[in-house]
Design a binder for this molecule. Structure first.
Ligand code: GAF
Length: 385
């Protein structure tokens, strides 16, 4: 948690005015269910106690003036002139402004200061947290009357249009709608959801950060989405009522996709089976059956690595190592893939030892540090003041 008084002071130093309000929007974990969201399947995410903080205040002119503490960089643009920028980080804010404009809602110039404690590039959805913190802050500042689900959708569209990643809704939804000590079982088809208590008994969640950031992750992500959509198109020629992989069964894949596009077949099969694994894992969690929950997570990793192919040697190594400890009940790569963290279900008190044992061989093999990240499960976006 960042010192919010310090954030207030920094805002004042930079913009020469008091911030009108400060909003906090968290990063997320996901227990199981990757690359299922944009296929109208299920996900099981939860917000964590690491967040993006956004302080805002109105201006008298029509300028948007931004400052990012992480990069010690500012960026200004007139409200009428906003467009994607090669600067990178402002896109997550400007994309949200664009969506608000596109809805015909009226906003004016504003100052926005941004800081956070979500490790960047670790697959914990810092970009979604930026979008959601911005959406929530502008909603409050300009009295736009947007509900939480709409703020999440605005964040997702900002990612599509200004960051070029055709993501699903999971990250933004988790950032805005999470509830402490619960995971969200979210149906990405109609956005209906239930909160499931995250009670792991004698176990806890430990993230292991590979410290790998894959440069091509966004294009590979979009490729996977295209492969899934191609499979749907092939099936639609026989079954026009099919809308997404959610409506497809393995038999249809086998008949209409496998012979034409074997790669789309394997990837789509992964998605269908991942939804099934999520169902089993969620039931296990509700029954307190941590063994079964962990088993589904290990199976999910093998499938996403071998079939969906968005893992990397570093993630595979960490999951393989985790399997050799009876104190680790489950592990898998988390998020979009190609780097970031594994999520591990570890016996309480064992995490430090686990990291101590794995770190030297990880370093020897990949010349990278292994960083454990301990998280607790937090509420979604909130107004700090
Ligand atoms: C990224 C995306 F942003 C999510 O929408 C989701 O698809 C995830 O990768 C994979 O499950 O975090």
């Amino acid at each position: 948690m960042l010192d919010t008084n310090l954030l207030k002071e920094r805002y004042k130093e930079i913009f020469g005015q008091e911030a009108a309000l400060l909003v906090k929007s968290p990063g997320r974990i996901n227990i199981i269910g990757e690359h299922t969201d944009y296929n109208e399947g299920f996900v099981l995410p939860a917000a964590i106690d690491k967040a993006i903080y956004v302080a805002v205040g109105k201006r008298d002119d029509d300028l948007i003036s931004l400052f990012a503490e992480d990069f010690k960089q500012s960026y200004s643009v007139k409200l009428v002139d906003i467009a994607p920028t090669s600067e990178g980080w402002p896109n997550y804010i400007l994309g949200v402004v664009q969506q608000i404009k596109d809805k015909g809602l009226s906003i004016g110039g504003f100052n926005l200061y941004i800081d956070g404690d979500i490790p960047l590039g670790a697959g914990l959805s810092s970009s979604a947290a930026v979008e959601c913190a911005t959406g929530y802050a502008l909603n409050s500042l300009f009295h736009l009357d947007l509900d939480r689900v709409t703020i999440a959708k605005i964040g997702q569209l900002a990612e599509h249009t200004y960051a070029g990643v055709m993501c699903g809704i999971m990250d933004q939804f988790a950032s805005v709608l999470s509830k402490a000590d619960h995971v969200i079982k979210l149906d990405c088809r109609d956005l209906s959801y239930t909160y499931v208590p995250l009670d792991l008994g004698n176990y806890e969640i430990v993230l292991l950060n590979t410290n790998v950031k894959h440069a091509l992750a966004s294009s590979a992500y979009n490729d996977r989405r295209n492969a899934c959509e191609h499979a749907v198109k092939l099936i639609q020629s026989e079954y026009p009522e099919v809308k997404s992989l959610r409506d497809v069964n393995l038999n249809q894949l086998e008949l209409y996709v496998k012979p034409v596009d074997p790669e789309a077949y394997v990837k789509s099969k992964y998605v269908i089976e991942e939804n099934e694994r999520l169902g089993k894992a969620c039931q296990a969690l509700e029954k307190g059956d941590i063994e079964e929950l962990g088993r589904q997570m290990f199976l999910a990793h093998t499938a996403i690595s071998e079939e969906f192919q968005v893992s990397c040697p570093e993630l595979d190594f960490l999951v393989e190592q985790a399997k050799s400890f009876s104190q680790v009940k489950g592990a898998r790569m988390m998020g979009g893939g190609f780097g970031g963290c594994t999520i591990n279900i570890v016996e309480k008190g064992f995490a430090a030892q686990l990291v101590e044992i794995i770190s030297p061989s990880y370093k020897a093999q990949f010349n990278l540090e292994l960083t454990p990240i301990f998280v607790s499960i937090a509420n979604g976006t909130e107004l700090v003041y």
